[in-house]
Design a protein around this ligand. Sequence first.
Ligand code: XMP
Length: 509
Amino acid sequence: MSFDTVLVVDFGAQYAQLIARRVREAHVYSEIVPHTMSAAEMMAKRPAAVILSGGPKSVHVEGAPVIDPALYDSGTAVLGICYGAQLLARQLGGEVSRTGQGEYGRTAMTVTDSSVLFADLPLTQDVWMSHFDSISAAPPGFRVVATTPGAAAALEHPERRLYGLQFHPEVAHTARGQEILKHFLYDVAGCRPSWTMTSVIEQQVDAIRAQVGDEKVICGLSGGVDSAVAAAIVHKAVGDNLTCVFVDTGLMRAGEAEQVEDTFRRQFHVDLVHVKAADRFVEALDDVVDPERKRKIIGETFIRVFEEVARDLQDARFLVQGTLYPDIIESGTKDAARIKSHHNVGGLPEDMDFELVEPLRNLFKDEVRAVGEELGLPEEIVWRQPFPGPGLAVRIVGTVTPERLEILRLADAIVLQEMRRVGLEREVWQSFAVLIAVRTVGVMGDERTYAYPIVIRAVTSDDAMTADWARVPYDVLERMSSRIINEVPGVNRVAFDITSKPPGTIEWE
Ligand code: XMP
């Protein structure tokens, strides 16, 4: 199974990822590459097309990034977008000038000459602009095929397969942008729309078989979507040669352990080692209040447990890891070692002598979910919200005891159920309960109570680096509050956290 590949050259703006995703939405495989890559290195990847993304800089700024001009003579279809278009124009002998009249936001564009990029599209349409400089003269041999008041919006040299767009076709504000991009991909570059989740799975299955042959593979399951999807693909590829290890720390959410059992043992018939280590973790956490100590103890205990299991699986040479494409992009290079220490499932030992199998390393999170659905994983796993490695332990402010864990698990399940009931579970980044290990006074049925408060935390976020507290409707909060107090013994008060990040963090510890 082979796919056409489109390279998206990154000039350091936030647009490269978005372009890569739009190309994939057109069912064409895309990869992001740095602008420092030479044309020869690009050609070695046999791309069907190269897209030059927008950039933060002006082409006039000293040290502004350029591209190896040999690319323009390679015969490969090239599309420059915004900065990419200006760069292409300038490098090929056109003029980019600082008119002092930048264009920002929605702008009316008129198609002035026939172009395959705008085939079947209206002659005037709104496009999204964000640029300061303008292309004031097209390079020799190029035609300007669309304009905005006072500036060139699109130029092309079809014989050389070179195209430039001053606007951003990849953003949703350019309503017909995806169609323009598809015209470039299908009609200019001749790409086939063959990159579907089904074909991704087939390709990965082939790649995994080629990598591991008849050898044994182990995969740590965390209960989350990434490790589950990675395990499911590998299982499809190697069948009984896969052993999954699920360490039940006792710090998981309600139903998580059962879900893993049900899915992997009963539905997929995977050889699953389910290590029930709750007592061990609670014991190790005895009397510990400090959040960093909790994390350290949990990490170490996890490693010890995993090592004991791995000793019994001595013959396994391969370890599956759920590394995703953004992890690879963020690390900038093929710096696998760094990625490994950051993204180990539950913090596996670093000195274990395994070769990694990373079937998701080319996929974005939503693609991982789509692959999970295609593989028949249950919705609860595929759409599970992120959960910290140290689990519920960092959502109990104070010492961790079995009683507190039980209370928190019940309250947490109610928060999630109520979010799900009104369709908000997937809208927010995370929604969960926190238990503060102090007691407050209340009154229930004429009786004085003295019990724990539960804090509801719900946040919206794109990447967990920053977050805002979710505006959960009052009636939903009311139901959560009343259900938690009525159904969870040991709780008599519910609060809602209205702190964004920064200054707060998403988790309480
Ligand atoms: P904070 O609390 O730092 O969390 O705002 C950011 C995101 O990371 C998750 N988180 C973790 N994930 N291991 C993980 O795998 C951890 O130790 C850990 N701590 C926090 C948190 O749930 C949020 O999504």
